[in-house]
Ligand binder design. Structure first.
Ligand SMILES: CC(C)(COP(=O)(O)OP(=O)(O)OC[C@H]1O[C@@H](n2cnc3c(N)ncnc32)[C@H](O)[C@@H]1OP(=O)(O)O)[C@@H](O)C(=O)NCCC(=O)NCCS
Length: 195
């Protein structure tokens, strides 16, 4: 199964090799890498990453799949990405990790993309539970997942060795029975990046 989702301002689909420069530009920005495991050292590493992702299968248990977030205009631009972790089949659980390029942050794109994807995972794919693992100091991510309706289920103390330091980990989650739909898409007058 392929993924190709549309919302009012965005397209969510598999990335292609043409996306490598844009992906490298924001994924190597220190403001973005602060809370990310992956820090690509060069464009080659990003090309390799996209090549590997092109071969991966969407909705394969125990695997990660990366989708691009594009502006839905005449010349779609890659403005971010979402890592989708399909956990073991019996759990019907998916973990999400989202990144928006710094110049596109705080325009509601993160919540629009996340809610569009969650809608697909709970609707078409009938997943049971969606989770996110977040550093307690990552205020933007915490605000984002709360905005789409996730609630905090756990605070693990120093449970992850991250960049040589033991750090805390918050787990946020939402169940299919709690999902109320793509609420940001019902909002009118969301600002555009170029507005
Ligand atoms: C987290 C991230 C994806 C949010 O994307 P975004 O497009 O800016 O999110 P939105 O504009 O939809 O904002 C969602 C909510 O978060 C809030 N928010 C966004 N950035 C914030 C910040 N830096 N501090 C506090 N709140 C913030 C917004 O105000 C909004 O809440 P509101 O509508 O109630 O005001 C983005 O900041 C990012 O990519 N960060 C770097 C990568 C990262 O850390 N990813 C998480 C790894 S799990």
């Amino acid at each position: 199964m392929e993924i190709d989702l549309r919302s009012k301002r965005l397209i969510i689909k598999r990335m292609g090799q043409d996306d490598a420069p844009a992906l490298f530009a924001y994924r190597s920005d220190p403001a973005v890498t602060r809370f990310q495991e992956w820090e690509p050292a060069g464009l080659d590493e990003v090309v390799e990453f996209i090549t590997a992702n092109q071969a991966s299968v969407f909705d394969e248990p125990n695997s990660w799949f990366q989708v691009g977030i594009y502006s839905a205009d005449n010349t779609p631009r890659l403005i971010g990405d979402i890592g989708i972790h399909f956990l073991e089949e019996a759990s019907q659980t998916v973990e999400l990790g989202i990144t928006i390029a710094p110049s596109y942050q705080r325009f509601g794109y993160g919540s629009e993309a996340l809610s569009t994807l969650i809608d697909h995972l709970f609707g078409a794919l009938q997943k049971h539970r969606i989770i996110a693992s977040i550093d307690p100091t990552n205020a933007a991510s915490i605000a984002l997942v709360k905005k789409v309706g996730m609630c905090q289920e756990a605070h693990f103390r120093q449970s992850l060795l991250y960049k040589g330091e033991w750090v805390d980990d918050l787990i946020f989650a939402i169940l299919r029975s709690e999902w109320k739909g793509q609420f940001p898409l019902r909002r009118e007058n969301q600002p555009r990046h170029d507005a």
